[in-house]
Design a protein around this ligand. Sequence first.
Ligand code: GLY
Ligand code: MN
Ligand code: MN
Length: 434
Amino acid sequence: MSYYLKHLQVVAERFDEALTSQGFDSVLIYAGQPRVAFLDDNAYPYRVNPFFKYWVPVTESPKSFIFYRKGEKPRVFLFQARDFWHAQPQLPPGEWKEACDVTLIDNIASVRSALGKELENTAFIGETFPPMDEWPVAAINPQGLIDHLHYQRAVKTDWEIDNMFKANVLAARGHNAARDAFFAGKSELEINQAYLQAMKFRETQVPYNSIVALNQHGAVLHYDVYDPEAPAEHRSFLIDAGAYYNGYCADITRSYAAKDGFYAELIEAVDAAEQAIIADVKPGVSYLDLHVSMHQKIAQILAEFGFFKVDANTIYERGYTRAFFPHGLGHFIGLQVHDVGGFLKNAQGDAFERNPQHPFLRLLREVEENQVFTIEPGIYVVDQLLEEFDGNEDFNWNRIAELRPFGGVRIEDSVRVTATGAENITRDAFTSLK
Ligand code: GLY
Ligand code: MN
Ligand code: MN
């Protein structure tokens, strides 16, 4: 059986279990539709409901539905407008068309008539729009059902892992082109265009706004301005950019130094720490422990590079690393770039509290085989975070001032947990291009 057909079987089994536990017979999933800007007739870019693309690799068919009744073949109501204004979306080829019963619709009301009484014990998952919000379904986005499905989604099927590898291959191609554009002295805008061009993507086809940051811009964690002018000097380049493949995400960060020197060495040190943490990944470890262990490694790097006058242990104990590495070690990735389920303890929806010491960490669950998550340590000069330490003599402010014009460093890969360790999907993707 193909990866896709096995995946579909797993998805159906997961829905069978979740629907049974919540007392529903069936589910109706709406793909969603583009939202129109206020007082305007132009729409924002469309993003498909992740639960829709969980079943079928169809990401550009808004107003479509999937109906699934426990134990039966999924029914896809594919919206194809009778419309001479727009091009019809091209449907991706593949086995999904045979694996599901596909009906073409040009009017969403026809789904209500086709399903009739079947709607009554059906849970609806998706954004509702008039008139669908009045359909006689049993529940709209019931939290218990969504939690159950989100909990299960953390463990990926072979089909999902393969799609994420392919998304990483695409993104790696873009990253190589962006690196070359940096060394050719291009602007942020030009580098971003080189990134998209290498993948043959338009800007709305990436999973999040790419971060293309030259020099001090690398310290802005979600920098998504693309300066059209090249700076007078290229010192450093931080790029955090991904891709989609069949609706699955890549999320990769690389940092580059224009010249040899301490900033280039800092990149090597963060890269080595990232790979050392990946070597510790295996089923049964806690992701929070990995995150804490990364703070200890960051403390060592900060000490070695002379950013402090106290030793690594003191840097860690006094919580100084949080000013330089303020975000989480990483997150689940899959149908969504920050994929779901990282706070769930079980399928019943019990959740871990956010850790007050590490409030931005989105993944608190134990590591299990076939989870896929990112590992993304960084070191940045974020002045807003350093303010509270103003005048603190433990800090070597002169050394910190030397790093400020470079912004920071981040290295980010996606890894799949194996039975005994982890496989680095992102590095395997870069290697496949050589
Ligand atoms: N690009 C967003 C993140 O790394 O989580
Ligand atoms: Mn990430
Ligand atoms: Mn990222």
